[in-house]
Ligand binder design. Structure first.
Ligand code: ATP
Ligand code: MG
Length: 342
């Protein structure tokens, strides 16, 4: 009898809302010509001579609530420009974006209460004061209620591991310590979204991994949506749900990080220095036929580990060539962006 009654358990897929919607944003900077000398600048201002830098050329993407979205790209790709627009610090030239139901650059005053922003190169901490003093000042700026401030201070101090130096003046901190204090300072008012522009730039491996762990914990425990820019694919690999790759102001990848990262990881370069000159044409059976010349007697060979075995390639090279020196290099972000999209 009981068997006839089928209990249907429906698994409803988790449906997350978009918290960020960016539509076709462009940003053009006007730069006066002849900026190299004062006279040049003056004359170009008087003549009204400008050149235009197209920093963003129609950027569109969405981010789901609670996700960590990484934006990577080479120098000058437009990452910081994008963050400035998303945080309301700058108007786009055209296009629009809605973040947390607000247009950041139009509704900045109410919007800033809900976001935290860290620009890796800039500081909102006061240089000569102990870290905690800056936090107390920020409490008054953001009008954070005392109990909430104390609870948040305790929580974020713990996850960022800054308790040992919270009473030390900011100028005495290492770059990694300062960055962790900087991130705490922007979280004290409990923002729903956190924007980090190059949070790990210039840091050593240990400092990088501490920051990554803390961002992950923050996202998991508080459900904060995080947008971070980076040059470092490891940041993306460890942290992100979504990857946006910018190249010269355009989105060249939006979505899954694994395809991009696998491609990146499986591309290696073997650089060999040999004793004497080689005639590349005569080495048709040798893997070096895929090589390019780097310097006198030094050749570089691309290996795609998805189709070639690095160990076999190395064995073949060692057997066939009078090798003096050999190294294996990972491809740079620049190499991969060029090989994939140019
Ligand atoms: N205030 C400005 N005035 C004029 N041009 C600018 C300004 N800010 C940025 N640019 C130019 O816009 C382009 C994008 O710069 P942006 O700083 O957004 O790149 P980025 O991806 O953050 O680079 P990086 O990795 O070096 O931080 C570059 O060509 C840059 O020179
Ligand atoms: Mg930048």
């Amino acid at each position: 009898m009981f068997g006839e009654k089928v209990c249907k358990v429906q698994l409803i897929p988790e449906h997350k809302m978009n918290i960020i919607e960016v539509s076709n944003i462009t940003k053009n900077y006007k730069v006066s010509k002849g900026k190299s000398s004062f006279q040049g600048l003056l004359s170009s201002l008087l003549k009204n001579e400008y050149s235009v830098v197209n920093a963003l050329k129609g950027v569109s993407f969405n981010v789901k609530e609670g996700d960590i979205c990484g934006v990577i790209g080479l120098n000058g790709a437009g990452k910081s420009t994008l963050i400035k627009i998303l945080t309301g610090a700058m108007y786009p030239t055209s296009g629009s974006c809605v973040v947390n139901s607000k247009v950041p650059y139009k509704e900045r005053e109410i919007y800033v209460d809900k976001i935290g922003v860290v620009f890796g190169q800039r500081s909102q901490l006061l240089w000569d004061l102990p870290v905690k003093h800056s936090f107390v000042i920020l409490r008054h700026i953001y009008r954070i209620e005392k109990k909430k401030f104390e609870d948040n201070l305790e929580y974020f101090t713990k996850i960022m591991g800054i308790d040992k130096f919270i009473d030390t003046p900011v100028r005495m901190l290492s770059l990694g310590q300062r960055m962790r204090a900087e991130i705490v300072s922007t979280l004290l008012h409990d923002p729903k979204l956190l924007f980090l522009d190059e949070p790990t730039i210039g840091l050593d491996l240990i400092a990088k991994s501490t920051i990554r762990r803390a961002i992950k914990q923050l996202s998991e425990e508080k459900g904060t949506t995080v947008i971070l820019t980076s040059h470092d694919l490891d940041d993306i690999d460890v942290l992100c749900d979504q990857l946006v790759v910018l190249d010269s102001g355009k989105v060249i990848h939006d979505g899954n990080k694994s395809d991009f990262i696998n491609k990146f990881r499986s591309n290696k370069k073997i650089v060999v220095e040999v004793d004497g000159q080689l005639d590349l044409k005569q080495l048709s059976k040798n893997p070096l036929k895929e090589a390019s010349i780097v310097a006198d007697n030094t050749y570089s060979i691309e290996v795609d580990e998805q189709t070639q075995k690095l160990s076999e390639m190395l064995k073949e090279l060692v057997n066939e060539l009078p090798i003096v020196d050999l190294s294996i290099e990972e491809n740079s972000l620049e190499d991969i962006v060029h090989s994939l999209y140019h």
